[in-house]
Design a protein around this ligand. Sequence first.
Ligand SMILES: NC(=O)c1ccc[n+]([C@@H]2O[C@H](COP(=O)([O-])OP(=O)(O)OC[C@H]3O[C@@H](n4cnc5c(N)ncnc54)[C@H](OP(=O)(O)O)[C@@H]3O)[C@@H](O)[C@H]2O)c1
Ligand SMILES: *[C@@H]1O[C@H](CO)[C@@H](O)[C@H](O)[C@H]1NC(C)=O
Length: 317
Amino acid sequence: MKPVFTGVHSVNWYLKYVGLPITVGVAIYALFTQIANKRRRAALRGKVVVITGASSGIGEALAHAFYDEGSKVVLAARRKTELERVKKDLQSKKLSIPAQEPVCIELDLADLDHLEDFTQKVYSACGCIDILINNGGISHRGNILHSKMEVFKQIMTINYFGSVALTKAILPKMVEKKSGHIVFISSVQGLIAIPDRAAYAASKHAIQAFGDSLRAEMHQHNVNVTMVSPGYIVTAISLNALSPSGEKHGVMDTSTASGFTPEYTAEKILNSVVRKENDLIVSQFVPKLAIFIRHFAPSIYHYIMKKRANPTKLSEK
Ligand SMILES: NC(=O)c1ccc[n+]([C@@H]2O[C@H](COP(=O)([O-])OP(=O)(O)OC[C@H]3O[C@@H](n4cnc5c(N)ncnc54)[C@H](OP(=O)(O)O)[C@@H]3O)[C@@H](O)[C@H]2O)c1
Ligand SMILES: *[C@@H]1O[C@H](CO)[C@@H](O)[C@H](O)[C@H]1NC(C)=O
């Protein structure tokens, strides 16, 4: 009897019976994903989307992405002039669908007592909030031994308590309406911690935990929660980071400079939000591998991190 699989075939055979079906399959899948995403994106028209940290970087790119889909974007951050610049940039675009006028509202996430007032301002301007994107945040550079306690407090206040307070201020109306979506822009450093970023990694780990609890509690109220963990993205994050004494770090890190663009990142986030995904990691391969190693081979992870933190390497930086 002739065996079904003889072992060796010509290149043409492989192209025809393996290459072609795979290519066609992938193309059809890509096409359907595109069509499905486009349909889901249509649901964003007229939706009120509050974006914190919309004056720069990922938040600014998110403002463009949601504005392009016809959402009413609320741009929030401390620098009013930068928010107005973003608004002007948005309004100078030509959309093929009706555009919603962006709203700029000043917001300081460190000012925990005034986040309720901020929420009221959004309601007066837009009536409701459909999606909250907790994106505003700040990083730092420096080891635990030499960083001031003030830096730890400030990072935790802005990255964690600020997002918690804002989320809490906005939740009651979402629960009442039985619809809504809370998005957190955490970080790969919300899943693994590296040396010289203790305060930042701790604040992002905290928000990941908060998000998981929130998702479970909100299920009965039909409110969705998406946790986004970006890797390296080209933004001003390292320029705006705090030094061990709490001053501006003011240096563009090479790892950040060679990261993904904010526009690419915002596209990924938008697709994840319309699909109401629980988690999204937007990252290069190495940070993803690091997350894997931390969980499945922790001793290797700790070894690499000790190397990374060694003082000779630090003094070169
Ligand atoms: N870039 C990356 O590699 C990376 C990686 C992972 C996660 N992330 C996260 O992505 C988010 C956005 O950062 P980015 O990379 O786009 O950096 P960025 O360009 O420095 O933007 C940070 C944004 O946060 C706002 N912000 C800072 N402190 C604030 C405060 N006290 N109150 C209100 N808004 C405040 C800033 O606006 P004002 O200064 O006008 O207030 C700015 O719009 C952050 O949460 C960051 O941790 C970034
Ligand atoms: C959004 O959240 C609701 C409530 O938890 C849940 O029933 C629904 O499945 C979620 N949507 C998706 C696409 O996961």
